[in-house]
Write a protein that binds this ligand. Structure first.
Ligand SMILES: [Cu+2]
Length: 110
């Protein structure tokens, strides 16, 4: 009995550890959905307008349950990248669209 419990406990710990590493897991809670219009803060590292991608060092993004990191995002429209260049501090909105994290709005932070 004790051995069974220990095995169960270990598998639970492993599952939790795995979940914590999947920051890109879909946000499924109603609260996260409702917060999808929140703006996150970050700093642009690279703009690739031709590819429609931008690399942003960002803070916490509550709309998609993501902690701070530097990562590449798709953008909804390349035109969104007209007004930002590498080094800009920005506010931006991220939405999860078909499993990808997509920047749907971005503006220079004042
Ligand atoms: Cu991220």
């Amino acid at each position: 009995m004790k051995r069974t419990f220990t095995a169960l406990l270990l598998s639970t710990v492993a599952a939790v550890a795995a979940a914590q590493h999947q920051h890109h897991a879909p946000a499924t809670t109603p609260a996260a959905q409702a917060a999808s219009t929140d703006f996150a803060e970050g700093e642009v590292r690279k703009v690739d307008k031709a590819a429609g991608k931008v690399i942003i060092k960002h803070g916490e993004i509550r709309s998609v349950n993501m902690g701070p990191m530097t990562m590449m995002f798709d953008v909804k429209s390349p035109a969104l990248l007209d007004k930002v260049v590498a080094g800009d501090k920005v506010k931006f909105r991220v939405e999860e669209i078909k499993g990808d994290y997509v920047v749907t709005a971005i503006e220079k932070a004042k």
